[in-house]
Design a protein around this ligand. Structure first.
Ligand code: ACO
Length: 338
């Protein structure tokens, strides 16, 4: 299916989130289990990151399976049938295949055969990048609705012998349905995106792309796994998420005191604490689930949004701030009136 592009001068109408969903694989891998395979300890992982466990997808469970399950839950909540979905955007750095896009498999699995479907690669900021694309696409009237999904099977791209990275990541998916706002309904108030490609080497999967295909010779180097300069990334994460948060709140015409719930990227509790301190947000108004799931990259904010919503932490009219940071480097924020 194709869609008409917005005409020059056409106004962008506000959009809202009509439904959320998430899916976590059944298998729980605790820190204690990792202690048996790498030189680490529950004490180190908890004190340095706040992570206690993560979910691991089954061998035959692909990113598109996690994404489809989360997407169907969001559609059910929104009261929209799979067949009526107009646009599917999957944010992921762990696609089922390099091509086609994971969104194409999702389209097939949820029966959205009339939709346009593609992926966004912006690491942990991907779900908020997808939100911004959907906001403009639906707001301009080019699509009547959008299913945006953050989904990752990071366990397939982790070197399980590298303690610097394997303790940090997990698998999962979260989704949201974007529709035009009705009068008096919720709306996305502001959205901020940023990228610094000059820092691309700080956090990447160096092998498996066209720059460095995996060969019989280089296979033992495990180049198709996540590599990260943790300390450097940490500093950038705090500064970028703080700035994206302040810019987003200001663009929405609000102050930090107006924010009912802060949903930050779930990478490291110390990063979240540093942002909370700088923003002067009440710690009780911050949603945290990284202890259970670790860093699920593009899925993290989406899963947290769905859990917060289903737990009744967001009510109609509440202003919530979503903020993320990841490889690229990328960062993003969104302020939403629920
Ligand atoms: N168990 C025990 N010791 C460990 C482990 C482990 N799992 N991992 C590292 N160490 C050791 C290191 O070897 C180092 O030892 P040394 O001092 O003898 O060299 C020591 O612990 C301290 O290492 P640091 O890297 O300085 O630890 P730090 O406090 O910075 O924490 C961490 C590391 C958790 C990775 C942190 O830097 C971090 O969270 N960084 C940001 C991650 C992030 O936000 N990523 C963005 C999104 S991810 C994405 O986009 C896909």
């Amino acid at each position: 299916m194709t869609s008409s592009a917005p005409q020059p001068g056409q106004t962008i109408t506000p959009v809202r989130i009509a439904g959320t969903g998430s899916y976590l694989p059944e298998r729980i891998m605790t820190n204690q289990e990792l202690e048996k395979s790498v030189d680490t300890s529950d004490e180190w992982i908890v004190s340095r990151t706040g992570i206690r466990a993560r979910r691991i997808a089954a061998d035959d469970e692909n990113t598109s399976d996690l994404a489809s399950k989360a997407g169907l839950k969001a559609l059910e909540q929104a009261g929209i049938d799979g067949a009526d979905v107009d646009l599917i955007i999957v944010a992921t750095i762990t696609p089922d295949t390099l091509t086609p896009a994971t969104a194409c498999y999702v389209q097939q699995k949820i029966g959205a055969l009339g939709a346009v479907a593609f992926d966004v690669s912006a690491a942990c900021s991907g779900f908020l990048y997808a939100l911004e694309i959907a906001r403009h696409s639906v707001g301009a009237g080019a699509f009547k609705n959008a299913l945006i999904i953050g989904a990752e099977k990071l366990s397939a791209f982790v070197d399980w012998t590298d303690r610097n990275t394997c303790v940090l990541f997990g698998d999962g998916a979260g989704a949201a349905v974007i529709v035009p706002s009705e009068n008096g309904g919720g709306r996305v108030l502001s959205s901020q995106l940023g990228t610094d490609g000059a820092q691309a080497e700080l956090l990447n999967i160096p092998g498996g792309g066209s720059a460095c295909p995996i060969t019989v010779e280089n296979a033992p180097q495990k180049l198709a796994t996540l590599a990260m300069q943790g300390r450097e990334v940490f500093k950038h994460a705090v500064n970028a998420m703080k700035k994206a948060s302040i810019d987003g709140i200001t663009a929405a015409g609000l102050t930090a005191k107006d924010i009912k719930l802060l949903i930050p990227h779930q990478a490291n509790l110390r990063i979240i604490d540093a942002i909370v301190e700088r923003l002067e947000v009440n710690r009780d108004d911050v949603y945290i689930n990284l202890d259970k799931y670790g860093n699920t990259s593009a899925a993290a904010v989406a899963i947290a949004l769905d859990e917060a919503h289903r737990e009744g932490r967001v009510e109609r009219g509440d202003k919530i701030l979503l903020v993320a940071f990841g490889a690229g480097l990328t960062w993003a924020s969104a302020v939403i009136e629920w």
